[in-house]
Design a protein around this ligand. Structure first.
Ligand SMILES: [Zn+2]
Length: 480
């Protein structure tokens, strides 16, 4: 993408709150505050057009977002490279601490979930995972590697001298008044120590089930599962598929005033009022199963088990679900139906699985088309072929992002969930209790209207929420 964000002179950008979004041929598309009326935005557009001497069009951009972007571009000098002086005097702690803070802050502002600090043969590469994709934040000279990692280790209060054994620790930073928890893990590579930090925004706005983006039919089913008095509800998917968010949204939907709701988590990610959060203490051998057993003596109504990793936890969860509690948990499984077989594998008798399991929400996250640069286009021949495979309409208009200042050229902004909601019917319950052949179970699920995750992803592309390419990426990533 051509950098157009700083085409408008700083003073003008600030006084008008105007941000160059993208270049559309000869036309510059400018974002102006959505809170202003059309006439005010039009007059700002004219001023910019006169000043730059090129044709300008304008679109409204959410005020908060606009302020944030203008700040990062014009005040913090986001497009400006790192100050080499900060990296030169690595002996003193001051500049190095500033450099590390700067990097962490940039990552937080990009809404990154992880930061990778990787030494290579030639330099130190810092990358951030944004919307599931890694992007390079900065490349630093090799000489910075060791002090940079040391600074992180100081923050996490782990052994600085130990450079060969893997270590982990945690610390918090404040960015724009928000507390961000960072979990640091180090490992030694051929070129020195590598560090990864997982970032947790503890004050991030939690949503209820309605905010997850499920369609009406799926939302109704999930609500039915979660508001049942007892039973087992499972979210399934790989790491980073949004399972935990779904679990928290489910808790958010409950009437915590009149219920005893407890969670067992590793770590406790979000604090919710009226809920007992119980952390797992692996160092002391107090895992999910131990905490779950203890919790059952606490007269619980609803239990959220962050993750079911072993057979013991699964067994206790099933017992709790059968003795009148609602247990919600997450499991690593490819799709909704395979959860049944994961439970068989964990030595849970089919009649118990059948009796306890109320439903499964299997999910993935795909990138959402950026609303600020989205355009409609006619599906290509290749795209029509893919849609035909799924018996979806072939002659269609699809939507894609052209790339702009808001999405930093990617054409995507934030992510959208792809969901498969598998509510266990009486007929299905009966089938599960017979330890059915997978073919039979998948056939019945299909007859009951359960689509594959791939199919659901292409449906989202047809709705213009994501692209065919992005949906396909999800499909290919799963084949491994
Ligand atoms: Zn965009």
């Amino acid at each position: 993408m051509n950098i157009v964000s700083d085409l408008i002179p700083a003073d003008m950008a600030k006084s008008l709150s105007a941000l160059g979004l993208r270049q559309d041929g000869e036309v510059l598309v400018v974002g102006l505050p959505a809170s202003q009326d059309e006439a005010t935005r039009e007059s700002a557009r004219e001023q910019i057009q006169n000043k730059l001497g090129t044709q300008v069009t304008q679109i409204p951009v959410e005020d908060n977002l606009l302020v944030e972007l203008l700040d990062s571009i014009y005040r913090d000098g986001f497009n400006k490279p790192f100050d080499p002086i900060a990296t030169a005097s690595v002996d003193s702690e001051g500049p190095m601490a500033d450099l590390v803070n700067d990097v962490l802050e940039r990552a937080v502002k990009l809404r990154a979930s992880d930061i990778h600090v990787e030494p290579t043969e030639s330099d130190l590469v810092v990358r951030a995972r944004v919307d599931g994709q890694l992007e390079t934040l900065v490349r630093l000279p090799n000489s910075v590697s060791s002090p940079f990692i040391s600074r992180l280790k100081v923050l996490a209060k782990i052994n600085i001298v130990e450079r060969r054994r893997p270590q982990d620790g945690q610390f918090s930073i404040q960015v724009e008044g928000r507390q961000i928890d960072c979990r640091l893990a180090t490992v030694t590579t051929l070129y020195g120590e590598k560090a990864v930090m997982r970032l947790l925004d503890t004050k991030r706005g939690l949503t209820d089930l309605a905010g997850l983006g499920l369609d009406d039919n799926k939302l109704r089913k999930v609500r039915r599962m979660v508001h049942a008095q007892h039973g087992l509800v499972i979210t399934a998917g790989p790491t980073g598929s949004g399972k935990t968010t779904t679990l928290h949204s489910a808790l958010h939907d409950l009437d915590v005033e009149n219920l005893n709701v407890s969670t067992i988590e590793d770590p406790v990610e979000y604090i919710m009022k009226g809920i007992n959060h119980i952390p797992v203490v692996e160092d002391l051998g107090i895992g999910f199963a131990t905490q779950l057993r203890a919790l059952l003596r606490q007269d619980p109504d609803v239990i959220m088990v962050g993750e079911t990793r072993d057979a013991e936890t699964a067994r206790i969860s099933v017992q709790a679900a059968l003795s009148g509690r609602l247990v919600i948990t997450s499991l690593h499984a490819t799709d909704a139906q395979s959860v049944v077989y994961r439970m068989f594998q964990m030595d849970i008798e089919p009649y118990l699985v059948a009796a306890a399991l109320r439903g499964v929400v299997s999910q993935r996250l795909v990138r959402r088309v950026c609303d600020y640069c989205a355009v409609d286009y006619t599906a290509s021949a290749a795209e029509r072929l893919i849609l035909a495979d799924f018996e979806l309409p072939k002659k269609v208009t699809l939507r894609r992002g052209l790339g702009c200042a808001v999405c930093r050229g990617s054409g995507f902004r934030s992510r959208v969930g792809v969901y498969q909601v598998f509510e266990i019917s009486d007929k299905m319950r009966e089938l599960i209790s017979t330890r059915p052949d997978p073919t039979d179970l998948y056939r019945m699920a299909e007859e009951e209207g359960l689509k594959t995750l791939e199919h659901e992803a292409y449906d989202l592309a047809l709705q213009g929420k994501t692209t065919i390419q992005e949906a396909t990426r999800l499909v290919t990533k799963d084949v491994n």
